[in-house]
Design a protein around this ligand. Structure first.
Ligand code: F6R
Length: 260
């Protein structure tokens, strides 16, 4: 696991964007796993800038989103499909057939989830998965006690997550309570996992995920099992880490052959 502590979210997002851009340049048919929420917004802005100003070409790229609300049509302003179109996909050149977001309206959720997994496999697996982290430690919408071996499936959101996301729906009462999410087992199969966390609200849970025990009570701690997981944090989100100075030392002394 690599822990990168940036000065602020802008610097952290540009480090993340550089990793994504390097991958897309190296492998034009890369498969990207994408997240929604507040955390990746600056990363997506930077990818749009790289596309517009530096010609970063997403023409061969395939994307898979982590999750979607059950019961929302893609056209709903609160859907993750809408979020992705608005914040990234309408502004870069991923071909429409390369875009995959779970279908919140599917009539047969288990069948759809099996097919989503099969689509990921057929695409060659996810090269790089972008992740945020919930205040309760979730990745995707794998809430605490999710099986560490779980695959794409339906999950019920915790009250805490509903409270965090309720604003997108004008309050918790109107927010969907169920989601389709990639499982922790699905996420762990990505070749690289890039978890970003910014702000003091995330400090406690980041410390648990990075330095606490591996436990389904903190789903992000499962990344301790991943051979190539990177946590990109700002100083506020890193504030609870005991080995902060070691992570900074490692990053500053990274040999050039290790830099991507
Ligand atoms: C979103 C997702 C979630 C978020 C997490 C953090 O697709 O999978 O795990 O990454 O809830 O959300 P923000 O970034 O809004 O704090």
């Amino acid at each position: 696991m690599e822990v990168i502590i940036a000065k602020n979210s802008a610097e952290g997002s540009s480090i993340a964007a550089r990793l994504v851009a390097n991958l897309v340049r190296r492998k034009p048919n890369a498969v990207l796993g994408l997240a929604t929420g507040a955390t990746p917004l600056l990363l997506y802005q930077e990818l749009v800038r790289l596309h517009r100003e530096e010609g970063l070409d997403f023409g061969g790229v395939t994307t898979f989103n982590l999750d979607e609300y059950v019961g929302l049509p893609p056209s709903h302003s609160g859907s993750y499909y809408s979020y992705m179109k608005k914040n990234l996909l309408d502004h870069i050149n991923v071909p429409p057939q390369g875009i995959n977001v779970p279908d919140g309206l599917t009539a047969d959720i288990p069948k759809f989830c099996g097919e989503y997994e099969a689509r990921i496999k057929k695409a060659g697996g996810i090269d790089l998965q972008v992740l945020g982290i919930g205040a309760d430690g979730h990745i995707g919408f794998n809430e605490p006690t999710s099986s560490l071996a779980s695959r794409t499936r339906i999950k019920t959101l915790t009250v805490e997550t509903l409270r965090d996301n309720g604003a997108d729906f004008g309050g918790v009462a109107n927010a969907p309570h169920h989601v389709i999410t990639m499982g922790i087992g699905t996420i762990l199969e990505s070749r690289v996992c890039l978890l970003m966390a910014f702000g003091e609200k995330k400090a406690g849970v980041v410390a648990l995920a990075v330095e606490g025990p591996l436990t389904s009570m903190v789903p992000a701690s499962a990344l301790q099992l991943h051979p190539s997981a990177k946590f990109i944090l700002d100083e506020a989100a890193a504030a609870g880490l005991e080995k902060r100075s070691y992570y900074n030392y490692v990053y500053e002394h990274k040999p050039s052959w290790q830099c991507e």
